[in-house]
Design a protein around this ligand. Structure first.
Ligand code: GLY
Ligand code: MN
Ligand code: MN
Length: 462
């Protein structure tokens, strides 16, 4: 397979010619726990549940996806576990993992388990017990603590915490003392997760590289008459070949007017001559997401109108990316990009009227109907505050180690009778993944072809 030149300094390409399964070094999860515990006051406890298996139908389950906060703190990828973090009155800390026991019969059917011994040896927790011990031990851990931390967004776990608290309170005549202050752990974890370490950045770079190989393959193997789901199959195959067994989100493979449905995942239509194909697909690697969109002509050659819209979106994307550095924020990037896209649509005759007024009326939002970007990490729409003010502007200053998407788009549905018929049915989004560096940015998505020349050349080769 031909591959687009890739920045050799940012990743060892040779290593990627073989399938790789990557993980953060397990010691990194110790550091994540230590960072969380540093935020806990003395005499407090924090509780983090793993995800449960989810039934797909009858006795089959969806592919397991670990709770991302739990994963960030443990690297542990089994269901039905619980992490307990303790900080005593003197400020010393302890981590305890409750997990499923080793069970030869169960493991023959369902797969290997880590067990309690290896949880301590390999995952670095101080103690590990079987999940069956939770109800016995949790009352003891809670008793006498003044504050409890857990994620408020998980309603059923909150109910569970209240059950344990009630258990402690029921022993009040025996001298038990239940914590009185409940704290939401989510915002603390969100802030920690928002700033990526070098090892996290390396994984995200790798997830992007794998995703880029899939986008290249989709372009090379595209032809009129192919079905969207067949392109999706190419993409998923390429992800898995390189160790990314799952996409970070349901892949969007949208031919023609389907691109104007933002979260189109039916992927069921046939690809037609003279139409564009929008692919929004990213691999998940060791829990970390890539989120990349490319839009290219099904037959390998952009029409004049497609070219005009595509180039405008591409230039807007690059304008935004080139402005990224510490101190910049989404609000400023939005102003820049919206003005640029508005001017572009005026130049193409799609907008008429006074440019300043079109910009202040936010007219572009009729065609650029979603946000410019979002945080990216363990979740595709990753956690982290955007510091949104009363005008819904995202004012948070970028810092080194943040990763975000930049994804402008222009969507002109077939049903839009307000524009000349030649523009209708064109939907373009281009999405890259960007890390903020000390002085600027690093674009992780450089091996996903994006210029008209590169895309047409790549598609012509095959
Ligand atoms: N793939 C979802 C998004 O771009 O936000
Ligand atoms: Mn995105
Ligand atoms: Mn996307």
């Amino acid at each position: 397979m031909t591959s687009i030149p890739f920045n050799e300094t940012s990743l060892n390409n040779a290593q990627l010619s073989e399938p790789v399964i990557s993980l953060l070094p397990l010691g990194d999860y110790d550091k994540h726990r230590a960072a969380f515990m540093a935020k806990m006051p003395n005499n407090s406890i924090a509780l983090f549940p793993a995800a449960n298996e989810l039934t797909r139908s009858n006795d089959t389950e969806y592919a397991f996806c670990q709770n991302k906060n739990f994963f960030y703190l443990t690297g542990f990828n089994e269901p039905d576990a619980l992490l307990v973090l303790l900080k005593n009155e003197q400020g010393s800390t302890e981590s305890i993992l409750f997990s499923l026991p080793k069970d030869p019969l169960h493991e023959i059917w369902q797969g290997r388990r880590v067990g309690q011994l290896k949880a301590v040896q390999d995952y670095g927790v101080d103690k590990s017990f079987e999940v069956a011990e939770i109800d016995n031990l949790l009352s003891d851990y809670l008793n006498g603590k003044s504050q409890v931390f857990f994620g408020f967004s998980d309603h059923s776990f909150a109910v569970q915490v209240f059950t344990w608290l009630k258990q402690v309170k029921s022993s009040i005549r025996q001298g038990a003392k239940a914590p009185q202050q409940l704290n939401d752990a989510d915002p603390i974890l969100a802030e920690l997760r928002l700033i990526k370490t070098d090892n996290e950045l390396a994984l995200m770079r790798q997830a992007n590289h794998i995703s880029g190989l899939a986008h290249q393959r989709a372009m090379q193997n595209c032809f009129v008459g192919k079905f969207e789901y067949q392109v999706e199959a190419d993409i998923l195959h390429e992800f898995a070949l390189h160790g990314a067994r799952h996409p970070a989100y349901a892949s969007i493979v949208a031919g023609g007017d389907n691109a104007n449905i933002l979260h189109y995942t039916a992927n069921s239509d046939v690809l037609k001559d003279n139409e564009l194909l929008l692919i929004d697909a990213g691999a998940e690697l060791a829990g970390y997401a890539a989120d990349i969109t490319r839009t290219f002509p099904v037959n390998g050659k952009y029409t004049q109108e497609q070219k005009a819209i595509y180039q405008l979106v591409l230039d807007a994307k690059n304008l935004a990316i080139n402005a990224i550095k510490p101190g910049m924020c989404f609000a400023k990037l939005n102003v820049l990009t919206n003005a640029f896209l508005t001017q572009g649509l005026v130049d193409l005759g799609i907008f008429q009227g006074d440019l300043t007024k079109l910009i202040s009326d936010k007219k572009i939002k009729e065609y650029f109907i979603h946000g410019l970007g979002h945080w990216l990490g363990l979740d595709v729409h990753d956690v982290g505050d955007y510091n949104i003010n009363s005008n819904r502007e995202q004012l948070r200053a970028f810092e080194q180690g943040m990763v975000m998407t930049i994804e402008p788009g222009i969507y002109i549905p077939l049903t839009d009778l307000s524009v000349d018929a030649k523009w209708r049915g064109i939907g373009v989004r281009i999405e890259d993944n960007i890390a903020v560096t000390e002085t600027g940015f690093e674009n992780f998505s450089v091996n996903s072809p994006q210029t008209i020349e590169d895309i047409e050349a790549l598609m012509k080769e095959t």
